[in-house]
Structure formats: C-alpha cells, structure tokens
Design a protein around this ligand. Structure first.
Ligand SMILES: *Cc1c(COP(=O)(O)O)cnc(C)c1O
Length: 401
C-alpha cells in the first residue's frame, strides 16, 4: 500500500527527502502527488485489464489541474460532474470526444456548454431531454447522449452506494424504455448507457457481479434504443485500502470477468466499447498530506501532537465530522522513518473541535515540534473535498512532483 520509499530517516517523494520538499515549498500543510506513481498505477491497471477496455478518470477524485493534465495523458477519457470540471478538463487538453458529463440537477447552461463542447451527456432525468434538444438546435450541433441508469441492484459491500432502490442518480431502469423513445423523437444522438453501482469496493467478486448485472441490464435496455450502443460505461467502484486489515483489490478476477463481458459484447453489441470510470483507484495512493507538528502536549498522561493541518484540509482522514465509526488512515512521521514506534499518540489539528483528528491512539516514533506528519492514501477526495473555510485557517498547497 505504502509505495513511497524511505532512505534513513526520510520519506522520499519524487527522488527527494520530504524535509527538502517541505523546505522548498516554504509552507506546510500541503498535499503532494507523485507523477511517477500516477503513471505506474495507470500502466499496471492497463497491463492487468484486457486490451480494448477503456479507462476513464472521474476527475472529482482529484481535480487539481496539474493532476488532470497528467491523467489526460494516461487514460482514454475524462468524466466530469459539473461544467466547472468540464472547463478544467478541456483546458488541460482532454479530448471532448472522450469526455462524459454525469450528475443530477445539471443546469441548462451546463447542458448547453456540454453540447457546445461536444461532450457526451449522461442523462439523469427526463427534464434534461428538451433542454439538450434546444441547445442542439440553437448551436447547430448534435447533442451526444447516454442514459445513466439507476439499476435495480446495488454494488455489495461498497463504501458508498450510488445505485439500486430510490436514488437521485440516473433514471430508474423501468423508466428507461420511455426515456429512450423520447430521445429518439427529439433527435438526440444516442450513444449508450452508463451504470454506476457504487464506490470504494475491495471485493473483486462483488465488482464482477455488479459489472455482469450492469451488462445484462444494458443489453435488455438496448432493445428499445434509437441507435446501436457504442459506449457502455460499466462504472467502477475499485477501492484502495485505507484502514488496518484492508487488502488491495485483486485485479485478476475483475479482468477475467471483463474479458468475458467483452467477448459477449462482441456478439451482442458489436459497436460497443466497454468503459470503466475510476477515481480514487487511479490517484488515491499517489498522494500524501503533510502537516507540521506545532506543539507536543501531554494531557493526563496522553500525548497530543498538535499540527498545522487537520480536518479543514483533510475531512476524510479526520472521520467526516464524526458521522461514521472513525478509523485511522495510515500515518507516519516523515522525518523519523527509521525510528521504532515507541509511543501511542493522538495527532490533532488546530481547530476548536474534538473532531479535528488525524490519528487516534496511533503508535509512532517519539515526535517533536517541527516534525512532519504524513497521511498516506491522500491523493483522492482530499483538498477539494474538505471544508477549507471552516475556522479561517490558511488553505493548503497542492503540488504535483
Ligand atoms: C464519484 C464517481 C466516480 C468515482 O468514484 P471513485 O470511488 O473515486 O472511483 C465514478 N463515477 C461516478 C458516476 C461518480 O459519481
């Protein structure tokens, strides 16, 4: 899991000691993303998957323009969830032909911007159809559309469920035939289906089952489609290990299952290419969050390392405002990598709330003021998914090295 090398006391990031990187940035806290690790991850995934499976990057996982630009060079397409993300992706060189735009409640201007750019819109509501048709007419450009289906099943064992049962995402599978009819009548350019059943899953078996069910549902729905399916987005949900005891996802069975689906698609939907959309799996392990110890306090026998970073920059590592049973992300002292863990400490941030925790009762080397606390697995859903305005502390830097 922890792919970053160490050398003596130092954690090494892109060939340099973390201490040197912190000194050259002139500030903590920061997120650092390692370009070589991003490349390695994408290449390893590519090598494991059958040829012809397209991989898209879901950029909400990490929308830093430099990261998006790097991912544009590594994957087959970019999936965006707002017109803001779409602008960033286009500015970083993403090809609109290989971009798709999903999300409930797309505003009329957003739909228009997608048609204008030539981006595939994953339709999530009947309401979007006339707006797309109007934009298409006004701009004299085809509106490229796929149907995001709210399936009648869910991805078992996911960190987050995004399909199955009543949901704000997608169009209920049973309503899709009517939606397809409407798309045909309005002259929208139908290209395929999008199914996304869940996220953060480490069980290959569950992912494979969801992909098989997604494929079969898409095949049934294709019977009512106004044009052949060319784009079949089977979602993703590939997880990364965050907590003690979690094992990395075993790609081999996922790949074997996809090879089978691809073979079936060759017969059932010969024009279709299969697409996976992945966020955290591609970028999560390539990023670190780094904060500096400001104070070492002892309260009634327990050690608190108070750092200059915390919940406001890294909500997920802090435990999401206490709404879930909190577990520690992997944490280290980045300038004491060769020292044994000799004490159990709490790593906290500077906010006036007991929820501002980066690690609770964690065994670490004895850390002092000025040391660098490192949170691993921080390349996804970090800075952009945290309440940086909360309490008015400085924001964090983000760098790709
Ligand atoms: C968020 C999201 C993803 C990415 O999820 P990860 O867990 O980061 O892989 C993919 N597809 C859709 C539709 C999403 O909303």
């Amino acid at each position: 899991m922890l792919q970053f090398r160490t050398e003596g006391p130092d954690l090494i990031v892109a060939g340099q000691p973390l201490r040197a990187l912190a000194a050259s940035l002139g500030q903590t806290p920061f997120y650092v993303y390692d370009r070589a690790l991003l490349q390695q991850r994408s290449q390893a995934l590519r090598a494991a998957l059958p040829a012809g499976i397209q991989v898209h990057y879901a950029m909400k996982a990490n929308p830093l323009p430099a990261v998006v630009a790097c991912m544009v060079g590594l994957v087959d397409g970019i999936d965006v969830a707002s017109a803001g993300e779409m602008r960033v992706a286009l500015a970083q060189g993403a090809d609109p032909q290989h971009m798709s735009f999903a999300g409930p409640g797309k505003r009329a201007e957003e739909l228009r911007a997608a048609v204008e750019a030539g981006v595939l819109v994953n339709v999530e509501s009947f309401r979007e159809l006339p707006l797309l048709a109007q934009a298409s007419q006004a701009l004299g450009r085809p509106a490229r559309v796929a149907v995001r289906v709210n399936p009648d099943f869910e991805l078992k064992g996911s960190g987050m469920r995004m399909g199955g049962g009543p949901k704000q995402f997608g169009v209920d599978a049973e309503e899709v035939p009517r939606l397809l009819g409407e798309m045909g009548r309005l002259g929208l350019q139908f290209e395929g289906f999008h199914l996304f059943a869940g996220s953060q899953n480490l069980r290959a078996e569950a992912i494979g089952e969801a992909q098989r069910l997604s494929y079969e549902l898409a095949l049934r729905l294709a019977a009512d489609a106004p044009a052949p399916v060319r784009h079949l987005n089977l979602g993703g949900g590939f997880g990364i290990p965050y907590f003690p005891g979690e094992q990395p996802l075993d790609l081999a069975p996922v790949a074997a299952n996809l090879a089978e689906l691809q073979e079936r698609a060759g017969r059932d939907m010969p024009e279709a290419h299969l697409v996976l959309e992945l966020g955290r799996y591609l970028v999560g392990e390539a990023g670190l969050y780094v904060a500096r110890v400001l104070d070492r306090k002892v309260s009634r026998g327990q050690v608190f390392l108070v750092t200059d970073g915390g919940l406001h920059h890294h909500l997920a590592a802090s435990g999401n405002f206490g709404q879930v049973i909190r577990k520690n992300y992997p944490v280290a002292i980045g300038n004491r990598m060769d020292e044994p863990a000799t004490e159990s400490v709490h790593v906290v941030g500077p906010l006036c709330t007991p929820l501002d925790l980066l690690a609770e009762r964690m065994s670490l080397p004895a850390a002092q003021e000025g040391d660098l606390v490192v949170v691993y697995q921080s390349g996804a859903y970090g800075a952009s998914a945290s309440p940086q305005g909360f309490l008015g502390h400085p924001g964090c830097l983000e760098v790709l090295v």
